[in-house]
Design a protein around this ligand. Structure first.
Ligand code: NDP
Length: 242
C-alpha cells in the first residue's frame, strides 16, 4: 500500500453486495491490487481483510450510515462499484407490480442511492470512479426479464448522464455488462440449459467472477482515466460489443 493519494493502490473502494458472487470477487481483486476496500452486505458479512458494513441498497438512510462508517475507518470513497442486484423473472403478463418495483428499486434505485452518496466526496476530491454492474441482458433483452433488463439498460443512461454532469471534475462513470458468469445462479441451471447457453456464446464457456473483477480494477485505474460513459462487455462475445 502507498500513502500517495494519486496512486490507485492507496484509494478507497466501496462495493455493494460484496459478500458473495461477483461483488465478492471485485472486493477481493481490489484488495489484492492494494486498495482499501469496504463492502456493503445486508447481513454485515464480507470477505476477510475487507471492511464489511451492513446496508440494504433500497434504504438511503442505512446507506448513509454505512458511508459514515467507511469514511471514518478508511476515508472518503473514491471508487464505487454498484453491484448489488436481484432478479424476479417471469413473463410480463404474470409480472406483479412488486416483481417490477423490487427489481428496479434494487438494481437501478440502489445504484442511484449509492452513487449519489459517493459523489459528494468525489466532487470534493475532484476524483472519482463510478462503476455500475449491468448485464448483457440490458442490451439484448430476455424473455421473462422485462423488469431486470429495463433496470440494467437504464444504468447505461445513468452512467452517460453522470459522465456529462461530473466529467469535468475528474470523475468517470462506466458500465460493465457481464454475460453468463459462473456463480451460484448459473451453477443451479440444469446441465442441458447450460450447454444450450454455452452454444450461443462465441467463447463457448461461461465467464468467471475474476474476469469481471479484473475489468472493474482496470476501470478504476489511472490507465482508464480517459474512459467514461462506456459499456464494457465481459461476455465472451455474446453481445458483440453491443
Ligand atoms: P448474487 O445473487 O450472487 O449476489 C447478489 C448480491 O447483491 C448479494 O451480495 C446480495 O446480498 C446483494 N443484494 C441484493 N439485493 C440487495 C439489497 N436490496 N441491498 C443490498 N444488497 C443486495 O449475484 P451475482 O454475483 O451473480 O450478481 C452481481 C451483479 O452482477 C448483479 O447486479 C447481477 O445483476 C449482475 N450480473 C450477474 C450475472 C451472472 O451471470 N451472475 C450476469 C450479468 C450481470 P445478499 O447476500 O444480502 O442477498
Amino acid at each position: 500500500m502507498t500513502d500517495d493519494p494519486q496512486a490507485p493502490a492507496g484509494r478507497v473502494v466501496l462495493v455493494t453486495g460484496g459478500n458473495r458472487g461477483i461483488g465478492r470477487a471485485i472486493a477481493v481483486a481490489f484488495g489484492a491490487a492494494g486498495y482499501r476496500v469496504a463492502i456493503t452486505s445486508r447481513d454485515g458479512s464480507g470477505p476477510a481483510g475487507v471492511l464489511a458494513v451492513q446496508a440494504d441498497v433500497t434504504d438511503a438512510v442505512a446507506l448513509d450510515a454505512a458511508f459514515r462508517v467507511v469514511e471514518a475507518e478508511l476515508g472518503p470513497v473514491e471508487v464505487v462499484v454498484a453491484n448489488a442486484g436481484i432478479t424476479r423473472d417471469t413473463l410480463l403478463l404474470r409480472m406483479s407490480e412488486d416483481d417490477f418495483d423490487d427489481v428496479v428499486a434494487t438494481n437501478l434505485g440502489g445504484a442511484f442511492r449509492v452513487v449519489k452518496r459517493a459523489s459528494k466526496g468525489m466532487l470534493r476530491a475532484r476524483f472519482g470512479r463510478v462503476i455500475l454492474i449491468s448485464s448483457v441482458v440490458g442490451m439484448l433483452g430476455s424473455a421473462g426479464q422485462v423488469n431486470y433488463a429495463a433496470s440494467k439498460s437504464a444504468l447505461v443512461g445513468f452512467a452517460r448522464s453522470l459522465t456529462r454532469e461530473l466529467g469535468a471534475r475528474g470523475i468517470t462513470a462506466n458500465v460493465i455488462a457481464p454475460g453468463f458468469i459462473e456463480t451460484d445462479m448459473t451453477a443451479a441451471l440444469p446441465e442441458a440449459t447450460q450447454t444450450e447457453y454455452k452454444g450461443r456464446i462465441p467463447a463457448r464457456r461461461f465467464g468467471t467472477v475474476d474476469e469481471v473483477a479484473r475489468t472493474a480494477v482496470w476501470l478504476a485505474s489511472d490507465d482508464a482515466a480517459y474512459i467514461s460513459g462506456a459499456v464494457i462487455p465481459v461476455d465472451g462475445g455474446l453481445g458483440m460489443g453491443h
